[in-house]
Design a protein around this ligand. Sequence first.
Ligand SMILES: [Zn+2]
Length: 276
Amino acid sequence: MPELPEVETVRRGLVKLIQNKTIKNVKVIYPKIITGDVGQFEQQLHGKSIQSIGRRGKFLLFNFDQGLTMISHLRMEGKYFVKSSLDPLEKHTHVIFEFVDGSQLRYNDVRKFGRMQLIKTQQVKEVSNLAKLGPEPLDNQFLLADFIQKLAGKKKAIKPVLLDQTVVAGLGNIYADEVLWLSKIHPLTPANKLSPAQISLLRQQIIKELTAAVAAGGTTIRSYTDAFEHSGKFQFDLHVYGRQGQPCQRCGTEIVKIRVAQRGTHFCPNCQRVTK
Ligand SMILES: [Zn+2]
C-alpha cells in the first residue's frame, strides 16, 4: 500500500505531467471507484483546469478552478498514468480524464479499492477521513509535545498506534516497522509506556526516514510506480521490513516476523526490547 513517500512521489510526478491541463471529458468505467454520483462526477469536471495538486496524509488533492477538489486515495494498488488518447487502454484502467490537448490521465487499480470524491475545495478539511487526520510528519506542525500527549493516552501497542492516521498522518506498515527498528522500540510496547526520550527519538526517526524515502522516490514492493511509471528506490534502504530470517544490520540477530493487530510486523528481538 502506498504510504506518505509513495503518495508524495506520485503527487510530484503529476504536478509535472498534468498541472494546468484542462479536462475535455471524464469517463468512469468502474463506478464503485467514485464516492457519490458518477454522472455528476463526470459532468462537474467537464472544462475544469487542474490548478494545483496537494497531498494530506495518503490522500491526493486535485484542485480545479471554480472551487472544486477531487480527493483521491490509492489504497492498495491505485496508480495514475498519463497517456495519449491514441494509446491502447490498459486492462485495469477504471477512470479516464481526457484533456483538451489529447493526453489522458488514467487511473489504474488492479484491486479496485481506491476511491475518488469530488467536493467543494472549501469543504476539503471537513470531509470525515481528512478532518480526523493527525499532523503531517514533514511539516513543522508535527510537534513533540503533542506527540507525547497523544501516546500517553494510548494503551495499545505502539505499532498499531503508528498506523492510526489520527496520531500522525502518512505512516503505513513498511515505514512503521522501519522507524521502530531505527528507534530500538519493540512493536508490542504499549504506547503509554514509552519514555519522553524514546518518543523524541521516534519522532526524529519518523521525520528522517520519511524525508529520505521521499528523496528516493518511495519504496517499490510488488507494484508501486509513480506517474512516470518509475519504481521507487527506497526498498534498498529498508532495515527490517521483508527481512525476516536475515541478520539485523546492527547486531546480527535474526529479524523476526510476527503479527501485531493483524499486520505482519518485522523487528530485531535483541535491539528492540519491550519497555515494561
Ligand atoms: Zn539487532
